[in-house]
Design a protein around this ligand. Sequence first.
Ligand SMILES: NC(=O)c1ccc[n+]([C@@H]2O[C@H](COP(=O)([O-])OP(=O)(O)OC[C@H]3O[C@@H](n4cnc5c(N)ncnc54)[C@H](O)[C@@H]3O)[C@@H](O)[C@H]2O)c1
Length: 440
Amino acid sequence: MNLTVIGSGYVGLVSGTCFAEMGNKVTCIDINLEKIKKLKKGIIPIFEPGLENLVLKSIKSKNLFFTNDFEEGLNNSEIAFIAVGTPMGEDGSADLQYVLSAAKSIGQLMTKRIIVVNKSTVPVGSADQVRKIIQKELDLRNSNLKFDVVSNPEFLKEGAAIRDFMNPDRVVIGADSKIAVKKMKQLYSPFFRTRERFIDMDIRSAEMTKYAANAMLATKISYMNEIANICERVGADANQVRIGIGSDQRIGYDFIYPGVGYGGSCFPKDVKALTKIAIKNGYNPKLIIATEEVNNLQKLVIANKIVNRFGEDLTGYSFGIWGLSFKPETDDMREAPAIYVINELVSRGAKIKAYDPKAVREAKEHYLKGLKNITYVKSKYDVLIESDALVLLTEWKEFRSPDFGMIKSLLKSPIIFDGRNQYYAFDLKEKGFECYQIGK
Ligand SMILES: NC(=O)c1ccc[n+]([C@@H]2O[C@H](COP(=O)([O-])OP(=O)(O)OC[C@H]3O[C@@H](n4cnc5c(N)ncnc54)[C@H](O)[C@@H]3O)[C@@H](O)[C@H]2O)c1
């Protein structure tokens, strides 16, 4: 099939590349000139495991193309995916301007009957807006071309995006046309070798499904963090409690690690957007509001532990940070807890030395840009030199089983703030460390 993917970020680039891998001819469009220039040369602008190889392979086999030109990208397209960003608007609602602008381009430049698939996470009712805009543009062109609008929310996880896209738990298709559902099933069938996992539903339910899934996962995290905060106060150990409750199949072990809170490009904005959708429609979503409130406080729990240990004024202290990205295996720092922890420590006069395997460029160029008193180093052990404590904020694999002897010898004093409870299995006291964890 001839496919167009509008928006070549984490979702668009991964989706387009995986569809190309299955033999489709895919053109990825982006308004970012620099990004497309790089992609045309085979340079991948983001870090996502396995992505580079697949992109290079599909460029070589002439199944994957990149362009800034919508006319070129939409020419002869049978299915156009909208995979642009839907960031948080000023009032917390999802900002739809990029989705609507992509829809306008489709209406202006589509050359044959097309299925327009919304992969971006959008509020309920957005498909109607997309449909209206495309129809308006077709009317202006006096065109009788037909089109369908489908909601196909994306559930991939950054860091495991290729694996998730290639082996999806489910593909949700929200559509009101049989032709569109049939074609979507044809497109996705190669991804289901053992059994198909399509879930078709109406468009609004599909749009809602994505928000409901993300809010549920965020709520699990906030719930566990709240339990951890109670554990600390009553002398219980949140990690033992985690294992105790996770063994109940109705609860499960996923998403119940106590830690420094959730971040990333999805949970924070989607939880907020769902709150706005509910309020706009006359419902006060108390649990979802609380999920966000707990998370906002949780991001500072580790900073508060540092203040309790070293005092309100951190002038003269230096902290070594392990991990900047919002989770391992990605360079994405959007809403990463590290941003909040580091800003809090620096605002109290501390100096920071930071190491992350992939996210340092993002930190320097965007999320911690211009911040004074932070230096970035190339090895995890270099952050410890002259530092008063180690602060672990992202659970990258290379931090899992470090050389504790080396940590101890390099730090000024053997103190670890373990924001991800990475070291609950080690007896750090026995190794001579003072260790602070969440929920303990
Ligand atoms: N990142 C994730 O893990 C993830 C997972 C599931 C769903 N989503 C959703 O998918 C959507 C995209 O997220 P992302 O993380 O890929 O965003 P992103 O910011 O990485 O990429 C969006 C891309 O769209 C481009 N763009 C903006 N307007 C455009 C236009 N009119 N035409 C062409 N390109 C345009 C931007 O330049 C950017 O490259 C969001 O709605 C997000 O909530 C993201």
